[in-house]
Design a protein around this ligand. Sequence first.
Ligand code: NAD
Ligand code: DAU
Length: 354
Amino acid sequence: MLVTGGCGFIGSNFVRLVMRKLPDCRVINLDKLTYAGNPLSLADIEHDSRYRFVKGDICDTRLVERLFSEEHIDTVVHFAAESHVDRSIAAPDEFIQTNIVGTFTLLEAARKAWLSGSPPGTQDTKRFLHVSTDEVYGSLGETGYFTETTPYDPRSPYSASKASSDHIISAYHHTYGLPTLITNCSNNYGPYQFPEKLIPLIINNARNGMELPVYGDGKNIRDWLYVVDHCEAILSVLSSGKAGETYNIGGNSEKQNIEVVQTICDILDEQTGCLPDGQPRRTLIRFVKDRPGHDRRYAIDASKISGELGWQPSVRFEEGIRRTIKWYLENPAWISSLIDGSYREYYEKMYGNR
Ligand code: NAD
Ligand code: DAU
């Protein structure tokens, strides 16, 4: 199995799950180690003989083709991407390159390896699963849900680059018969998430008594899913999904951002005590200038994957957020390995004058 972006947040949780649940599977993790990739996230399995890490770029055609032939890849799970909306607004270039050109490079390598010259019938065992996002569908009002047939309406450079990659994936299925699958998932949270995203950023700041930046009025809604549930959903799509299909994955757990931030404050107060001056952490909340083009609400209708494949989220938000906070409190070395000069520079640029 070729996993791209396996040193990132969801990728590392997925690789760990595969190593545990699929004892016959060899995993090749191709990751460029951008600011978001952290080999420490897989330190516990790096010496396993079924695991190989390759530092490299998914846009590198020769490298990708070599891995396909050297390792006899029959399954691709494609996570590698630039994934942060705010960074895509500040500097879209890498999003176009990795998310669009990188996906195209992988598809071409799979097409050459799997479809040209391979004996008839052998394609049936191949799978190319593209991990995508609910953001391709745009923004919802107060009611309604994203289904697999909701028209695409991406509104940030990030979501537009993911939408573009989804279309190229579908084109390779319809045109060449490549056995592709697409999953469109809602917001993930859990261990190993880089502290630029809402939940780990708030946990880290709140723990350290720093201000907690909430964009706009704090009433934007996201549908939160515990990361291991997402990884389990990907495994069920890999094993039982139908080639050419799309599956929406969601947590059935809509929350306003302000509720999420207040919940984190309250749990940290309960577990570690209030701030040194005796104040509760909610006093650190600051409403700041909104994200440009900020999507108001995302909510997934996951009835296709639950009805056809029997997948359901198993961790409720109230439980998952406690597990996540506990993990960050117990793993200060992981987080401090990321809070370096470039993170401080990023933080200052994004939040300094907000
Ligand atoms: P992440 O930013 O934590 O990790 C991305 C990984 O990809 C990093 O390890 C990085 O080093 C690697 N990478 C980036 N560019 C690369 C390149 N050119 N070549 C090789 N590796 C490269 O991302 P994440 O949050 O784990 O998201 C993984 C995937 O899931 C993305 O495709 C994202 O769009 C999708 N997704 C994320 C969420 C979410 O809530 N985080 C929800 C739905 C879908
Ligand atoms: O919906 C799936 C998407 O979820 C994934 O495709 C993306 O890769 C992932 O980053 C995530 O996108 P969001 O933009 O929803 O996630 P983020 O954590 O950046 O923001 C969540 C909400 O919190 C959003 O409404 C913006 C708000 N926010 C975010 C940050 C970083 C704040 O209010 N303050 C902040 O400091």
